[in-house]
Structure formats: C-alpha cells, structure tokens
Design a protein around this ligand. Structure first.
Ligand code: BG6
Ligand code: MG
Length: 222
C-alpha cells in the first residue's frame, strides 16, 4: 500500500479531537462582548483559520475596528477562555474512529502528519495522548499564511520529500478542503457532506473506515 499512498495528513480541531465546539464557544463569547453575536453558519467561515485571521473576520463582519492594543487583548482573552475550556479535556474527546484508524496506518507503515492552523496543537496532542503517532507536526507556529492557503500541508510534503497527489488530507473545514485541493492533495472531508461538497469524498467520521479505501481516491486522481 505504501508505494501508492505516501502519507496521511490530519487537521486537528474537528478531525482528531472535538475542540471545534470550544473554539466556537470562545469566539462567540468574545464576539458578544464586542456586541456581535454569530451562529454556527458564520462559524463555518472561521474553521481552519488562524487566530489572528479569525478575529479580523469577526471584526469585519461586525463592522468593528480595534486599536492594535485592543486587538492583541482580544486575541489573548479568546485564547485564555479556550485554554480554560480544554483544560480538563482528555482522550475521551478524541473523535470516533480516530484511534483505530491511526493504529491501522501505523501497521501499514504510512507516515502520519498533522496539518493544523492551531498554535495549541502540540499541547492538545499531548493532552489526548496521541502525539506519539505523529511523524511530523505542521502547525500554526510554523506558517505565514492561513488555510485556504496550502502552506501548512506543503510543509509536510516538503519535509518528507513527497508528491501531494500521493498524500491524503483529512479536514473538517471548507477552507482546509480548498487548501488541500489547491495543492492537488486527495481531500477527505470529515463531517457534513452538504458543507464539505468540494472534498474528493466526505466521511461523517472515521468510525469503521479502512485506510485501504484511500487507494480508490488516489487512483482516480491519476
Ligand atoms: C484551527 C481551528 O484548527 O485553529 C480554528 O479550526 C482556530 O477555529 C485555529 O482558530 C487557530 O487555533 P489556536 O489554537 O492557535 O487559537
Ligand atoms: Mg479543523
């Protein structure tokens, strides 16, 4: 299988672990403190986006301008709330099917990488006791550009010296799927097929999924 499938790259929030809901809660509370409420539909635009760019999006939708100092304070306050929400999180919040899937990839000797916009990624992987599975971690501390730019995924293929079209990206965000498609990765959407319609294929989650199924999508890519 390894000669066909070179590596699997996983987004973190909403793919590996159920943290997307905590990002939503913390951003929404911050928005409300600035007089701007938003719903899950608007939140889809924030998924996969860096902390700084998320705040810029919220402010531009709310029509609010902040001084540099208040902008920095708002970022710190969101992150502080988020860290509080995840402080007692443990491996129970790993999403369905993730652990057996990672074990199967290891058995096939397929390299496993992270491709996440989060600057908290390493901490979270340690907290949920999955960090040992990852051969390479590409995260928000290493990139200049937010998804839908594919930089965070291309750091992985550059590191291993691989071709994107032989690698698979697992993503729960529209922007992450676009990033993967832009750089010619195989994109697997995790979540709602209506929202992630641009993905090569969408799984509700990884429960019962076999890595061998990925070969079909790679073959279609040519
Ligand atoms: C992405 C999330 O994975 O990471 C976004 O989908 C989040 O919601 C972004 O804003 C940045 O995360 P952090 O942990 O660095 O604030
Ligand atoms: Mg995500």
């Amino acid at each position: 299988m390894k000669q066909h499938l070179s590596a699997c790259i996983f987004d973190l929030d909403g793919v590996i672990v159920d943290t997307a809901k905590y990002h939503f809660q913390a951003w929404r509370n911050l928005g409300q403190s600035l007089g701007f409420d938003f719903n899950e539909q608007f939140n889809e635009k924030l998924k996969g986006v860096s902390r700084v760019d998320s705040l810029k999006l919220i402010l531009s939708h709310a029509g609010i301008t902040l001084s540099d100092q208040d902008f920095a304070k708002a970022l710190a306050s969101k992150n502080e709330e988020y860290l509080g929400l995840i402080s007692s999180m443990d491996k129970d919040e790993i999403l369905p099917g993730v652990l057996p899937y990672l074990i199967k990839l290891c058995k096939h000797n397929i390299p496993i990488a992270l491709g996440s916009a989060s600057k908290n990624a390493r901490k979270i992987l340690q907290q949920i006791e999955l960090i040992e599975f990852f051969d390479f971690i590409s995260d928000g501390t290493m990139v200049q550009r937010s998804k839908p730019d594919p930089e965070v995924f291309l750091l992985v293929t550059e590191h291993f010296g691989l071709e994107p079209k032989k690698c698979v990206v697992f993503e729960d965000s529209i922007k992450g799927v676009i990033a993967a498609n832009t750089a010619d990765f195989v994109s697997i959407g995790i979540g709602d097929a209506n929202i992630l319609e641009m993905a090569d294929v969408v799984y509700e989650n990884l429960l019962g999924k076999e890595p061998e199924m990925l070969l079909n999508y790679l073959n279609k890519k040519g």
